[in-house]
Write a protein that binds this ligand. Structure first.
Ligand code: SAM
Ligand code: SF4
Length: 501
């Protein structure tokens, strides 16, 4: 059959609108544009007492109501914003402790049937070279990430195309997990593969679930229907707003219990997008009792041969970026919050106190970690990166700022996912596991990958963290836990790996 016809036939089979039906109220979905706009325009200069009450609610790790988030957004007083930023950082520490988790993206394919007007991968963009990695190439990429840089978590990223559907995604995940490569003292391996890929049907989600998916991430891009229509040309798969809106519901139905939301900031008013993300989190909570595992806040970046959104009045300023992250931190206080290398280092430094994860040493060219020619092509890829520093440099900077980098993936492998982890997060107990496992996994990384300079500052951070655990002996950590921590820590220094709580 002619490839175009075959492609068209495949596209006709992808969307199964009936799979959304059980989550909708008749013909209504959970985004009510009019209501969101009304809420945003009806809140005027909330007073300090009201804002402090809302902050208090967030501090008790309760999801905010839409009108509470709208009140935060309506604040004008710079002093009150400072209180909001500081509460956002406190909440991050209370839920996730003093750690930042790092990961790297692994772009597996840029073949795409869609035409998203902001994205370098859109099918009509002739300026981008198309490439889909073979399993051998995925292995080579992983060997660099896990064997030379020292990552333990990846997010595998895919365009939407019949050649890279659920089977390809599952096979690439198995390939990534299969890498085990000797390093200085231990071995390099990826312990958690997260996925960012187009919405799928429940049966396809089961295929990726069986391959051991970590978190499944899909960004709505914009929750504003008219903007969504403008950015995603009619007749493409991505033009179906609701297929995307309920992607995470279907993933949960298939048993993927860690799902991640996001919006592409700059397409429409950031205030509306924040309200949309909160509505999304609340609907997942309503249906499944669990909200999103993480929240992402990509800002639109320039891409080759792509001008859409670059001159938009909705581009988000750095100050507004701080605000939107703080409002999300307070609105969905249990969720992880991810900032990426799309941002410049200076911006990341500003927001990191409110965030839980960042990527580092990221390459977004297809094959760009292991193939010099692909790295050369990188500027012609999906978008342009703001922070191109190595993981070692990033970790050194985080340490200088007082943060411990965590490579922990233990929670997931010990069943702390979905509902279990929600309870632990809401009660602050997960933060205790985070602290112990951050110490152990950071020590592993220092032993196996760090430069001399980073190892020295890393050691100071670990000593300080251990002291803190000891100081919290009467409240959070029992003597036997402390003893076990010290034992594991010295075993890791002696070459053992993968010891965790
Ligand atoms: N193709 C899948 C999809 O669209 O869901 C997943 C991969 S796509 C490469 C991942 C995300 O990159 C998109 O959801 C979008 O938010 C983001 N993205 C696309 N173009 C971008 C740009 N110019 N700047 C920043 N982020 C962009
Ligand atoms: Fe394709 Fe995703 Fe880019 Fe849209 S955002 S063009 S679906 S890769």
């Amino acid at each position: 059959m002619d490839a175009t016809l075959e492609n068209k036939r495949w596209q006709d089979t992808v969307i199964r609108a009936e799979e959304n039906a059980s989550y909708m109220a008749g013909d209504e979905d959970f985004i009510d544009d009019r209501k969101i706009s009304e809420l945003l325009s009806s809140r005027h200069l909330p007073d300090g007492a009201r804002i402090r009450d809302i902050i208090q609610k967030s501090r008790s790790i309760q999801t905010l109501l839409p009108q509470e988030a709208a009140d935060l957004i309506a604040v004008r007083d710079p002093g009150l914003w400072e209180e909001i930023f500081s509460a956002a950082a406190d909440i991050k520490r209370a839920v996730y402790d003093n750690r930042v988790v790092t990961f790297a993206p692994l772009y597996c394919s840029n073949l795409c049937v869609n035409n998203c007007r902001y994205c370098g991968f859109r099918k009509d963009n002739g300026a981008v070279q198309r490439r889909m990695l073979s399993m051998d190439q995925i292995r080579s990429e992983t060997e660099i990430l896990a064997g030379m840089i020292g990552h333990k978590r990846l997010i595998a990223v895919y365009g939407e195309h019949p050649s890279t559907g659920a089977e390809y995604i599952a096979e690439s995940m198995r390939t990534i997990y299969g890498v085990n490569i000797p390093v200085r003292r231990g071995s390099g391996q990826i312990r958690r593969v997260n996925v960012n890929a187009a919405p799928m049907s429940v049966s396809d989600y089961r295929i990726v679930k069986d391959a051991g998916i970590g978190t499944y991430q899909v960004f709505q891009e914009t929750y504003h229907r008219q903007t969504y229509r403008n950015a995603h040309p009619a007749g493409t798969l991505k033009a179906d707003f609701r297929w995307r809106l309920y992607a995470l519901h279907r993933a949960m139905e298939a048993g993927i219990d860690d799902v991640a939301i996001g919006a592409l900031f700059g397409l429409y008013d950031w205030r509306f997008e924040v309200m949309g993300m909160l509505a999304h989190a609340r609907d997942l909570e309503r249906v499944f009792g669990i909200g999103p595992h993480t929240v992402s806040v990509p800002r639109i970046e320039p891409a080759v041969n792509t001008t859409y959104g670059q001159h938009s009045k909705y581009r988000v300023s750095d100050d507004d970026f701080m605000k939107l992250i703080a409002v999300l931190r307070l609105s969905i206080p249990y969720a992880g919050l991810i900032v990426t290398c799309r941002e410049q280092p200076e911006m990341i430094r500003r927001v990191i106190p409110m965030c839980t994860q960042r990527d580092a040493s990221a390459r977004i060219g297809i094959g760009a970690y292991s193939d010099a020619a692909a790295a050369q092509q990188e500027r012609k890829q999906q978008f342009i990166l703001g922070d191109t520093r190595s993981l070692d440099e990033v970790i050194r900077e985080l340490a200088a700022m007082g943060y411990i980098t965590s490579f922990c993936t233990a929670g997931y492998r010990c069943g702390r996912t979905g509902k279990n982890i929600m309870t632990l997060l809401r009660t602050g107990k997960e933060g205790c596991f985070c602290k112990l496992n951050a110490i152990l996994t950071f020590q592993e990384w220092l032993e196996d990958f760090a430069s001399e300079q980073t190892r020295a500052i890393g050691k100071e951070i670990i000593d300080r963290e251990i002291q803190e655990v000891r100081a919290r002996a009467s409240t959070d950590f029992t003597p036997s836990i402390i003893e076990r921590l010290l034992e594991y820590h010295s075993r890791i220094k002696n070459g053992e790996r993968d010891l965790c709580f």
